[in-house]
Design a protein. Sequence first.
Length: 85
Amino acid sequence: MKLFKRNAIILTVAMFVCAAVYLNWSYGKDELALDAMGSEDAEIMSEELREAGLCYSGNADESELSASVSDYFAAARLTRTQARD
């Protein structure tokens, strides 16, 4: 009986590790797809981020950048809270 419990625990831990590796791989594919985008697509994406205030454009000072980023996260938090309610 002890041998069965030990083997069952080892098997369960191995299954969790395999699931974690698979999920990490599947979520990592999206990042690889973004890296493989052409320069034209990357420019469009960076322009969209700049318009949203999430990309440093060089002419804005750091306080404006941090304020826009914190505003973004505050808006995201509010949206999430409203969706939950």
